[in-house]
Design a protein around this ligand. Sequence first.
Ligand SMILES: [Zn+2]
Length: 55
Amino acid sequence: MNEKSKPEIWMMCVPCAEGAKDSYSLKMQLGRTEKITCAICGKRRYGSAYEVRRK
Ligand SMILES: [Zn+2]
């Protein structure tokens, strides 16, 4: 078995997702934004579920 981490699903608002792009590769799960509670900033904002992989 390889040790590559499985992708995690994070709910992130758009600004936090933009910031996370520097450190992680992101794949939007929904294809649209909706009102979510952001896992990073903890605010209710428009965002999406992202599949997150460490680079
Ligand atoms: Zn956020």
